[in-house]
Design a protein around this ligand. Sequence first.
Ligand SMILES: [Zn+2]
Length: 319
Amino acid sequence: MGGSVRQQQDGRSQTPRGLRTSPTGRVPQWVLDEAVGGRQPSAAWRAWTPAEPPALPARKQRPWAGIGTAVVVVAVLSAAWFLGLLPGVATTDADRTAPSPGVEASDGRLGTPLTPPAAGGTFAFAQLQDDGVTPVAYDPCRPVHYVVRPDNAPYGGEQLITDAVAQMSAVTGLRFIVDGATDEAPDEQRQPFQPDRYGDRWAPVLVTWDTVTEQPDFAADVAGQAGSLAVSVGDGPGVYVTGAVELDAAQFTDILSRPGGQAVARAIVLHEFAHLVGLDHVDDPTQLMYPTTSDVLDFAAGDLAGLSRLGAGACEPSL
Ligand SMILES: [Zn+2]
């Protein structure tokens, strides 16, 4: 095939997107979600009151991300990358922009996606292949590695991540492997191939608890953001190779300190990990992928159907 590798950033709609390239070679901003207009006052999260006792007036929707309920979500800072070299063809390590192809690739899928509820439901993918139907997904024939930067983590934060990953694995069939702690900081210009830090492979998914200094969006109501980076060889399909999950350290500390906050925190982490593997928001308040929080604190039928599809991607050992 051609001599270039193209990478694409998370998209946000069901509109088919070509694998755009950037002639500048600049690595654009990561991630993706919740960067929207129409923010409510930053007190919204802090003004949140748990659903119990039930006598309290019910607040139907609370922002995941500082979005008013009437505001159309514009998620995702999307941009494209360009890598000038096919993986592995560079003559020196210093020139390489991608790892050797097929690291850890198996002949078959490592797990089986959960059969979604028959009833179906609403879901949307962050990115579609050129056919306009097939979602961009992680390669199910190799594990999805992730690292966690423990700095700023709220009490119980590590367990929240572990539990969310376990649930994502159960639903999608994707196999996740935690590589432990990292001191890598979140970075909108994050490089997907960092051989000095992570060796000859795609950099693992980076999970961080951000300060508002690191992630200014978290100064508002945004509680988290996440997404993945897709790469393709030539005209081949896009495949996610790494990603980032950023969680608002201060808001999670606050949420977890409240009665009922554990379930809300868990729901937000699940929502973000669903973004990571390729789900987009839906305009359906009965789904966890609705962009503002609600009484829905776990994956609903549509979420599960979408995640099942995302676990059934094609294996791409050429990457
Ligand atoms: Zn979201």
